[in-house]
Design a protein around this ligand. Structure first.
Ligand code: SAH
Length: 286
């Protein structure tokens, strides 16, 4: 079996706060603390080496390559909070980095999104379920949800993953939200997340393939899937919205946008947004 190695720097210093501040300039993907040792992970060896050149002497850092199969889950425990408009997503482990970022806004790290003290907190438990807010498509959907009037609306979140969009919709004023996912682990994660967000009442999750969706059409459908799946499922998704209802679509690459828009040709495009290579579309059913 191939062991995956993650480039990291290890620090043993009495003042982790200073190290956190210094690391902000080097976009670590995760930071762990364990028994007096702080480990910062980087997306590439080159990124790690650049940080080592800048900080190695000052903080007595050691470059290491960490083999760890469970890294993905544990790394989520130290993800920085993400703020999109009126929502800030925190992972459930309140890390020192999180507290640090709240008090010391980074100046040069565009990936570290500073929590807005007035934003509504949304807690996501680290898991493999997609949807911590650290992917552009989730952020595009979160922004699109805040662009429409959700007050009193019913919301269906198709491909709910961690449940983040269903929970956010409810925290933003929707009357009720249902999230469905084909993956039972995602549904379990979404239900766990509900327990960490006690204000998100009237949110339910079910394990279901979108083709099997039935029942009353809703006011707002969110679907952060893939371009191909959206195209294939356009009729089923449109069927789930009431006439005049809104569909928020993402998971679409920029070069898939026209094909997705064509698949939803019966609806009016209200908004297109883009972050990097990812596109979000808000459409209104006729
Ligand atoms: N809504 C979350 C997660 C999006 S990831 C967010 O915005 O961050 C897309 C999710 O769609 C995955 O959890 C995947 O399991 C689910 N999915 C894929 N195909 C599906 C289908 N046919 N029916 C229902 N869910 C599906």
């Amino acid at each position: 079996m191939n062991v995956v190695l993650y480039p990291a720097l290890e620090f043993r210093s009495p003042d982790f706060d200073l190290i956190y501040a210094a690391l902000d300039d080097f976009s670590p993907t995760a930071i762990e603390e364990d028994a007096g040792c702080l480990r910062a992970f980087f997306a590439s060896s080159a990124g790690r080496d650049a940080a080592f050149r800048a900080l190695g002497d000052r903080f007595a850092a050691t470059p290491v390559d960490v083999p760890d199969e469970d890294w993905a889950r544990r790394s989520q425990e130290n993800l920085p909070p993400i703020t999109v408009g009126r929502i800030t997503i925190y992972t459930s482990a309140t890390s020192r980095r999180e507290r640090h970022l709240a008090n010391h806004p980074p100046t040069s790290n565009p990936d570290a999104r500073i929590p807005n003290p007035d934003a509504t907190p949304l807690v996501i438990v680290p898991s493999m379920g997609f949807g911590t807010g650290h992917h552009a498509t989730t952020r595009l959907c979160l922004a699109a949800l805040q662009d429409i009037d959700l007050q009193g609306r019913s919301v269906l979140d198709v491909g709910t993953g961690s449940g983040v969009l269903a929970i956010a919709a409810r925290l933003l004023g929707a009357a009720a939200a249902t999230g469905i996912d084909i993956d039972p682990d995602a549904v379990q994660a979404a239900r766990d997340n509900l327990r960490h967000n006690p204000d998100a009442t009237r949110v339910e999750f079910a394990c279901l393939d979108l083709v099997d969706l039935r029942g009353e059409p809703v006011d707002v459908v969110t679907a952060n899937l893939t371009g191909a799946l959206l195209i294939r499922s356009a009729a089923a998704l449109l069927d789930r919205a009431r006439p005049g209802g809104i569909l928020i679509l993402s998971g679409v690459l920029a070069d898939e946008r026209d094909a997705v828009a064509a698949a939803f040709a019966g609806a009016t495009i209200l908004r297109t947004s883009q972050e990097g290579e990812w596109v979000g579309l808000t459409v209104k059913k006729s």
